[in-house]
Design a binder for this molecule. Structure first.
Ligand code: MLT
Length: 334
């Protein structure tokens, strides 16, 4: 596995001969939206090492962190067109291409790592993969589990939705997340992930939300002082492969790549459980961030945000789809 830190134009996939049976070594390019060091990197580098090992070095995977190959949403287009082999990106940035994935970003559906695992594995996970192949031309090989998205800002402690008044909050270009903030009474600013750090640094926006691990990997503590310990969306980062690329592989190689994705996913789950609380502690003790608990066990946040669910029933595949996922999580229908 190699890490590429130079800024280069969108990469073109290496000629895919070796994996169709010819013994020619090749390098696959993997985009990462986040900096090296977070859950995307952990998933991507584990997958890269496994593929290299399983192919006896016939395939090397080169990682391009920090959005070097384009915004996360751009990388879906590139992979879909066969211009990029692999990408790890946040789930919210694939939803615009494959709307049924939106059920995973409906506020307060997924409440922790176990829920996330339930909705990404087995039959439910397979259906998601089929949908992204159909809608977006990319196949999900694995998942990084990154933790709850926490609201950060540079202005003041935020405990209840009214505290957001007057703050300009960056959100991903994702209709469900935009609507969640609107339900809390503010008009957020949709902005690509690759532009977020600079926008925070320059005060173009006052805040954003992402998991503790991502706040740390992206060094947001340099430009944000306050964190609200809320959990409206649980962030997951699919590892996707261009479906054209996948179909060009021999059946043995496809099997091997799927296996590497599964193994890297298990590693990612363990990594989250092993690191998140220590990272949270370091954000406070070493980087001076102040954590605020949401008022009244987050109830007002929950009530307002979940009121938007019906607006998205059609795009996620119907209320039945949400109810089936809630049932899988052992919860009541919507
Ligand atoms: C976003 O906020 O756009 C993403 O969640 C960022 C990420 O990929 O970590």
């Amino acid at each position: 596995m190699r890490i590429q830190n130079l800024i280069i134009p969108v990469a073109v996939s290496a000629a895919g001969l070796a994996l169709s049976g010819n013994a020619m070594a090749e390098t696959w390019k993997m985009a990462l939206g986040d900096a090296a060091g977070g859950t995307q990197y952990e998933l991507g580098s584990t997958f890269a090492d496994l593929v290299e090992e399983k192919t006896d070095g016939e395939v090397t995977v080169e990682l391009f962190p920090n959005g070097q190959l384009g915004s996360e949403q751009d990388t879906v287009n590139s992979a879909s067109m066969g211009l990029l082999d692999l990408s790890v990106l946040a789930i919210n940035n694939i939803t615009p291409f494959s709307p049924t994935v939106g059920v995973m970003t409906l506020p307060y559906v997924i409440q922790g790592p176990e829920d996330a695992r339930t909705l990404t594995q087995g039959a439910i996970g397979e259906e998601l993969t089929e949908n992204t192949i159909r809608d977006a031309g990319v196949r999900i090989l694995g998942w990084a589990y990154s933790g709850c998205r926490r609201l950060t800002n540079s202005a003041r402690p935020v405990a209840e939705p009214a505290d957001l008044d007057g703050l300009n909050i960056r959100v991903p270009k994702n209709e469900i997340m935009i609507s969640s903030y609107q339900a809390w009474g503010v008009n957020p600013s949709p902005l690509a992930w690759s532009e977020t750090f600079t926008a925070l640094q320059q005060g173009v926006v006052d805040g954003q939300d992402n998991p503790y691990i991502t706040i740390d990997a992206m060094k947001f503590y340099e430009v944000q002082d306050h964190v609200t310990d809320s959990c409206y969306v649980f962030s997951m980062e699919p590892l996707i492969i261009s479906e054209g690329k996948f179909q060009s592989l021999s059946p043995e190689m496809q099997e091997l790549v799927l296996e590497a994705g599964q193994e890297a996913t298990s590693h990612s789950y363990d990594y989250l459980l092993a690191t998140e609380s220590d990272i949270k502690r370091r954000l406070v003790e070493e980087h001076g961030m102040e954590i605020t608990q949401p008022a009244n066990n987050e109830q007002e946040w929950i009530d307002k945000a979940t009121s938007i669910w019906p607006d998205f029933y059609d795009s996620i595949g119907g209320k039945e789809k949400l109810d089936a996922d809630l049932a899988a999580l052992g919860r009541d229908p919507a």
